[in-house]
Design a protein around this ligand. Structure first.
Ligand code: JFZ
Length: 566
């Protein structure tokens, strides 16, 4: 990219990177069936029959002011709403296709217009989701896999008929009828050529040069302004060098489903948001309103409660940068600003003293974000030259001052600088993430290697950490021995599902975190060590983020867990 283009791109995305938290809204004709947004394909509903649902679609309760108000109270800075999903039904007044909410329903209003006005009033950016490749209503849309083959003959489809007569004209409408649009969220681009993908980006820019475009606009890499991860996927520290987001469900569905009552708690939302923001990402959190136009009560309740925490702690969220540490911290997470570090401490890890290894700066002052008087907390800082080890200790009041996560502010001399090598944490464990390993392939064997520092020698369990997608048979993925070499000791074993964690800071439905204990090792001395893992799950390059591309079992990291510590 030219320097000038790069500068423009950096400027364009600034608001979004500062915003951190947005509302996703999956709302469409499918809400009338209350079985999620894929119902048309799942039940192979013929177009003629599906069109009939429009004649009864009358979301009288829709109230733009209330919806935008919910987003505001949740602490969200932008809204991304489905202007057209895979069913092809336009949720706005389209002039190029009658199958839209104004022309085809008794409702007759344009909710996108009402939202645009309300967003403007309440200071929220409005953004549109547009399914640009999958369209089950149009006879000529062609996706690699997900086509309407129950009405139409795939062989008779002429993609460019769809592309030039529906997709592009509708995208143009969205960019010209509703004022400034923050971003266009494209999805499931399977089969779209590189040329058409790039042209689409140019097409969008020709109407609104500052409108952001997510990576799902194309399957070709490096097109669009930022990376949308797979649904509900949270990456490892440092996995992404550019801007990224996690699109996340509040229950287990995007579009309204009357059967799905598995709601995340406000606590879980806060923890995931903090984890994501500490890794430099954004959280795009979904609600699925009903056919009446109501955001389910339970979603509103969870969002408002999460919003109260964010309101109190916004200083440590909005406009921050990612943690400089290349691993998960066992007590929580870190965000930074110039000359400042925020320690987000999980309340169950709250104790008399918090210790942090590896911060090189002098700490000028430490205080609780919850303390309006900013009273100094007693601190000690030490450095041991022989093992190049920095330790910060902060004395804490007896009780955690906030709900779920309490934040300590560190005022630093200069911008945060940390020892970025892997090291043992305070509890004695070592977390080695795959993305930071040196990898090599030899004789068909893939090996990952890490160097790390030990400050408290002892005996350790070696634990392999994978994320496993629901309904995946573990043995289909791990049926060969993996090998570990560390400090002259070797382990060789087939990983088992020893511990299954359904919800952790970075893991959630449809994944669970699987811990496999590979064996026990002894580290006798302080200082530098290295670990080598040989395992065929070590990927050279991450997959794309199309539905079918999400890896069923993803190797994340290997951990050393001390066994003599309680
Ligand atoms: C897509 C849509 O099909 C779905 O209806 C919803 O809109 C969602 C936000 O996006 O589905 C996907 C796309 C990618 C993955 C999973 C579901 N993925 O990479 O894991």
């Amino acid at each position: 990219m030219l320097v000038e283009e790069q500068t423009k791109a950096t400027e364009r995305i600034k608001w979004w990177q500062e915003a951190k938290f947005g509302m996703f809204i999956h709302w469409g004709l499918y809400a009338t069936l209350a079985k999620g947004e894929w119902v048309m394909a799942a039940s192979k509903i013929p177009v003629k029959e599906y069109e009939q649902f429009a004649t009864q679609f009358n979301p009288k309760e829709f109230n733009a002011k209330e919806w935008v108000g919910v987003a505001k109270r949740a602490g969200m800075k932008y809204i991304v709403i489905t202007a057209k999903h895979h069913d092809g039904f336009a949720m706005y007044h389209s002039k190029v296709e009658k199958f839209n909410i104004v022309d085809a329903t008794p409702f007759g209003r344009d909710p996108m217009k009402e939202l645009a006005e309300e967003c403007q009033k309440q200071g929220i950016k409005l953004c549109f989701y547009y399914s640009h490749v999958i369209d089950w209503h149009h006879p000529h849309s062609v996706h690699e896999y997900y086509n309407n083959t129950w009405d139409y003959n795939l062989e008779e489809k002429a993609f460019y008929n769809y592309w030039h007569n529906l997709a592009k004209p509708q995208i143009q409408e969205l960019l010209t009828q509703y004022g400034d649009i923050g971003l266009l969220w494209f999805d499931t681009a399977g089969g779209l050529s590189k040329k058409d993908s790039k042209e689409l980006v140019e097409f969008v820019r020709s109407f609104q040069p500052n409108c952001l475009i997510n990576s799902r606009v194309s399957h070709w890499p490096n097109i669009g302004d930022y990376q949308s991860k797979g649904d509900n996927e949270i990456p490892m520290y440092g996995e992404d060098s550019g801007p990224w987001e996690t699109p996340m469900t509040l229950n287990q569905s995007w579009g309204y489903s009357d059967r799905d009552q598995v709601w995340k708690t406000p606590e879980s939302i806060i923890r995931k948001m903090v984890n994501i923001v500490s890794k430099g990402g954004n959280l795009l959190l979904n609600v699925g309103p009903t056919a009446e136009g109501i955001i389910p009560e339970k979603s509103v309740e969870v969002l408002e409660q999460a919003g109260e925490w964010i309101e109190r702690n916004g200083e440590a969220i909005y406009g921050t940068n990612a943690s400089p540490f290349p691993y998960e911290l066992e007590w929580g997470a870190v965000t930074i600003k110039p000359s400042r570090m925020y320690l987000h401490v999980n309340n169950e890890k709250w104790s008399d003293q918090l210790k942090l290894f590896g911060l090189k700066n002098k700490v000028v002052k430490a205080y609780l974000l919850a303390d309006s008087e900013k009273r100094s907390l007693p601190i000690t800082q030490s450095y041991t030259e022989s093992i190049d080890h920095h330790v910060l200790g902060i004395d804490l009041p007896k009780d955690a001052p906030d709900q779920y996560i309490s934040i300590i502010v560190l005022e630093l001399e200069g911008n945060a600088q940390v020892d970025d090598q892997f090291m043992q944490q305070v509890s004695g464990s070592v977390n080695l993430d795959l993305v930071h390993a040196e990898t090599a392939v030899e004789k068909n064997e893939k090996t990952a290697k890490w160097d790390f520092k030990i400050t408290q020698p002892g005996a350790f369990d070696v634990v392999l950490v994978n994320f496993k997608k629901i309904n995946t048979v573990w043995e289909d993925h791990y049926h060969e021995e993996v090998k570990v070499h560390i400090a002259g000791q070797g382990l060789k074993t087939i990983p088992q599902e020893d511990q299954l964690i359904k919800d952790s800071p970075a893991c959630q439905y449809p994944y669970s975190e699987v811990h496999s204990i590979l064996g026990r090792v002894h580290l006798h001395d302080s200082g530098n060590n290295s670990l080598a893992l040989t395992c065929n799950k070590i990927q050279e390059k991450a997959f794309g983020t199309e539905i079918w591309q999400a890896e069923a079992v993803k190797l994340r990291s290997i951990k050393l867990v001390p066994i003599d510590k309680k």
